[in-house]
Design a protein around this ligand. Structure first.
Ligand code: FPP
Length: 239
């Protein structure tokens, strides 16, 4: 059972190290991604068990298109197959899936699969799983600014009315609370264009563990590290 004390409401994870994990065993990179799906399953289970309400996973960045076509195609296929295969289990666990990212560059088939999983899981109330696919924070912010500018031009919003809330409500993550905890695996200590606006007050947890080795115990360890942090949001600790 989880303690109610100081559980992060929203955990976001940069899943990194699949390729290195596979290569270390003399295997193809895609083997690491396949093993990574097992870690996604574990993270989801641990998130539900701990009482986390939102879990965001960085599954494919806009920069990932630059990888060899073979790896890109295999990753897209793996993503689609996994979400479709897991759909009944996700529904059973009360998980609602929401995709964040620019869909237009994905194939019709991928777009259809993603729309299907969103629809099938739309009534889940236990946890919202945000899958960041073809996502980058700068492109999200650019799209947001374009939409707000168009609204200003059309006269539906006045420039002086534009506040932080206006921006937040135009992001892919509208209505989702900011991440309390951002985890990155594989020893890299950077954000890589992930949730730049939303991460303003997030706590960070970096671990050397490669994503395919990130099991439920590792997830619990990240939560425990978060529970030891004092979040002040720019104020003093006694305020
Ligand atoms: C980073 O490792 C991982 C990715 C780019 C893909 C993550 C995708 C999955 C775990 C598969 C499916 C996900 C879901 C949500 C079902 P890397 O390839 O950059 O590793 P490296 O840094 O060692 O090269």
């Amino acid at each position: 059972m989880h303690s109610e004390r100081n559980i992060p409401r929203h955990v976001a994870i940069i899943m990194d190290g699949n390729g290195r994990w596979a290569q270390a065993q003399g295997k193809e990179r895609i083997y690491g991604h396949m093993q990574g799906v097992e870690s996604v399953r574990s993270a989801l289970k641990a998130a539900v068990r701990n009482g986390v309400r939102y879990l965001t996973l960085y599954a494919f960045s806009t920069e990932n298109w630059g990888r060899p076509a073979e790896e890109v195609n295999a990753l897209m296929e793996l993503l689609c197959d996994s979400v479709i295969r897991e759909s009944p289990e996700l529904q059973k666990q009360g998980v609602r899936v929401r995709i964040i990212g620019e869909r237009s560059r994905m194939s019709e088939k991928v777009q259809a699969h993603l729309a299907r999983i969103e629809k099938e899981t739309s009534t889940g109330e236990q946890l919202t799983l945000l899958l960041a696919i073809n996502y980058s924070s700068r492109s999200e912010l650019t799209a947001t600014m374009r939409r707000i500018a168009a609204e200003a031009k059309a006269g539906t919003i006045a420039p002086e009315e534009i506040g932080e809330q206006t921006i937040a409500q135009h992001l892919y993550t509208a209505d989702i609370p900011d991440p309390d905890l951002i985890v990155r695996t594989s020893g890299e200590c950077r954000l890589s264009n992930f949730l730049l606006w939303q991460a303003a007050y997030s706590e960070f947890y970096f671990t050397e563990v490669l994503w395919p080795d990130f099991n439920e115990e590792e997830f619990d360890r990240a939560i425990q590290a978060y529970q030891r942090r004092a979040r002040r949001f720019g104020k003093l600790s006694d305020q």
